[in-house]
Ligand binder design. Structure first.
Ligand SMILES: [Cu+2]
Length: 127
């Protein structure tokens, strides 16, 4: 290789070295990853759906996170309700066909339809 050839190759090599030395350090990359982890931990509350169809709650046991909202949608041809089980401390009231009712959830609970007491469901708050 003559002197002119080296002059053509050298700038590319020098520019590469410049990028490597001025790029983000390993510590910077680790900090970014840590920030991303925190963002995942504080994800906004989700909205989950329970469909009522064929005289059952689908899914029968819905797993979610504290603070999420559940919407029950009655897709049956008969009215239903969502009522605390076994104490009936609260109820949605009657849900006509195609109507819905929602509730913010903080704790695990069982529920049922007091119109059709064999219809039971559960909401499980995962840690
Ligand atoms: Cu019912």
């Amino acid at each position: 290789m003559n002197a002119r050839g080296i002059r053509k190759v050298l700038p590319i090599w020098a520019v590469s070295l410049l990028f490597l030395s001025y790029g983000p350090s390993l510590e910077d990359k680790m900090a970014t990853t840590k920030t991303s982890g925190v963002e995942i931990a504080v994800a906004p509350p989700a909205i989950d759906t329970v469909i009522i169809k064929g005289m059952v709650f689908i899914p029968g046991d819905l797993h979610l996170h504290k603070g999420d909202t559940v919407i029950w949608i009655n897709k049956d041809i008969v009215p239903h309700n969502i009522t605390d089980f076994p104490d009936s401390k609260w109820t949605s009231g009657t849900l006509a066909m195609n109507s819905s009712w929602k509730m913010k959830v903080d704790d695990t609970f069982d529920y049922y339809c007091s119109i059709h007491p064999t219809m039971k469901g559960k909401i499980t708050v995962d840690p």
